[in-house]
Design a protein around this ligand. Sequence first.
Ligand SMILES: NC(=O)c1ccc[n+]([C@@H]2O[C@H](COP(=O)([O-])OP(=O)(O)OC[C@H]3O[C@@H](n4cnc5c(N)ncnc54)[C@H](O)[C@@H]3O)[C@@H](O)[C@H]2O)c1
Length: 288
Amino acid sequence: MNYFTGKHAAITGAGSGIGRALAQQLNNAGCHLHLSDIDRDGLADTVNSFTNTDATAYSTIVDVSDAGAVARWAQAVNEVTPTLHLLVNNAGVDLMASVVDTTLDDFHWLMNINFWGVVHGCQSFIPALEKAERSHLVNISSVFGLIAVPHQSAYNAAKFAVRGFSESLRQELDLQGSPVKLCCVHPGGIDTNIARRARNVDPNATPESQQEMFAQHVRTSAEDAARKILRAAEKGQRRLLIGSDARVVDWIVRLFPTAYARLFRKATESALTDTRSDPLSDEQPSSS
Ligand SMILES: NC(=O)c1ccc[n+]([C@@H]2O[C@H](COP(=O)([O-])OP(=O)(O)OC[C@H]3O[C@@H](n4cnc5c(N)ncnc54)[C@H](O)[C@@H]3O)[C@@H](O)[C@H]2O)c1
């Protein structure tokens, strides 16, 4: 008997990567699932991969950037079960571009999914989570919600925002004596499709070249990440760092809150696909 057996969980972005691995492990555990994604085929593949037919699985096409669509999905879930035990705000995208090369449309696209998607999920589902005796809200930020790197300004902004939003919301929930335990997750590099699907202003970048570059920095499988997320949720953990890369980054940022950029310079340079500008080249040595 697993902690999640017989419970109800909702996951956004369940058609790939971490979301799919979470769904598979929860299905194995006998958890009833309410899954969403904008990728119809990806979502169908997730559901088709399930082996436990005793647990129900509903899937819905939902764009998390659309507040109305998320609210309608929550209403549909509510008609199946008024009580929800786990929500994972997982859907996310990436964008690689310098600040000057990022169009406002691209900034809005990323913020609408990676930040507003989390807000929409929380607002729509907290009432159902509060009906449980004990429930879990998991917001996926990133190691890039702990440090900033060049050419990820939109992603950094959204993931820092998810962290700030989550820490504020958690205090509200605690003050109200809410049964909802909130965990903010900061994964390091996880082996998923995120880089393949990322928007990139570099005309020479292809989905394959992006994925190849990303693969050099990946430390953890999606399955391992999902296992750690579910264990952290069950324990009521407030923050989760996934991977040795995330733990090292967390310490380095604490020790060198401004000078960390120089320490990560080599890794950053190799990760940049756009070599037209070198944002760190003029940096003077500074103390932390
Ligand atoms: N892979 C990593 O290294 C890594 C590291 C840190 C954080 N994360 C975060 O983990 C989460 C999951 O990403 P992943 O790595 O599994 O990537 P992924 O690309 O494999 O999966 C993301 C899923 O989100 C879905 N999605 C995208 N836009 C959506 C929208 N508007 N509405 C609904 N669904 C949408 C995609 O269709 C996809 O199925 C993201 O929030 C990502 O930022 C990933």
